[in-house]
Design a protein around this ligand. Sequence first.
Ligand code: COA
Length: 322
Amino acid sequence: MKIHAQITGTGSYLPQRIMTNHELAQQIDTTDNWIVERTGIRQRHLAAKNETTSDLAHAAALRAIEAAGIDAADIDLIVVATTTPDLVFPSTACLLQQKLGIENRCPAFDVQAVCSGFVYALATADNFIRAGQARCVLVVGAETMSRITDWSDRSNCILWGDGAGAVILQASDTAGVIATHLHADGRYRDLLHVEAGVSSGLEKSSAVRMQGSSVFKIAVKTLDEIVDETLAANHLQKSDITWLVPHQANIRIIEATAKKLGMSMDRVVVTVDRHANTSAASIPLALDTAVRDGRIRAGDLLLMEAFGGGFTWGSALVKWMV
Ligand code: COA
């Protein structure tokens, strides 16, 4: 019999400290109105000085483990999507394994696809399960974007926040993850990037640089294409999708994708107002919110989609089973 993967539990975590737009407007030349109108963002959460990406991942993972009703020892693979790892190495996934006290020596690694990271990680985990190489995978998106934000650059510091989201993905006879579609195009690196890097020079700027309006236009067009591709490849109509669970970057990008799907905004999970763009953490944060508040129910068909630096983009089509 074919093996499939199902999400059996979700969890998320936002650091305690909230920075509102009003607070930001005391530090840079901006206003709450400007930020809300252009992005839909009202506030972001910031990790404490001693709080790292693996700490955020740990808190979200514990909640997902509890929701799935499993023991941490049952996990036989850990995949963490992050652009803001604690260290150059070991990977954040290895640090997380240690924090969870998992002694079964399961493989653990990071995936780097910036804001598309969660979809990439979910696709990776799904393929491990389908291939019979794992049966219970912890998939996490976790970021401390505040650490690579230039808080004096008003053109993009308004966008970012810290957080983590996690899912437990388990082997099953019936398909939960129906399909994933991934893409990348390395030609656009200069539109959205961080200059510093281990091999390029750690002394270079470690802040996100972005040409916002170009990124915006390409994101909308590319997400339109991934919606078309996902529906066509899986023989679905727009109306078959129950919930859009998009990457939470900007409400105007989300609205454009909803329009493309002919969906009213009450079928779209939106959390960007509360936590800004948390990169790889944003989809599992939104998913966990709508699962816990009872909006997402067994039998619903979810379309997750993301676009990010690279450029990378992708989608995951998930039938909700629990
Ligand atoms: N507050 C007030 N004014 C600001 C500002 C801020 N925080 N940031 C920029 N401005 C000003 C600019 O200086 C410019 O002024 P000018 O017309 O006098 O030159 C004006 O607002 C318009 O700037 P522009 O950059 O064209 O704004 P925009 O409408 O493109 O909005 C973004 C900027 C960043 C909100 C928007 O481009 C965006 O969301 N892009 C996508 C980013 C994204 O989602 N990236 C992650 C992808 S995963």
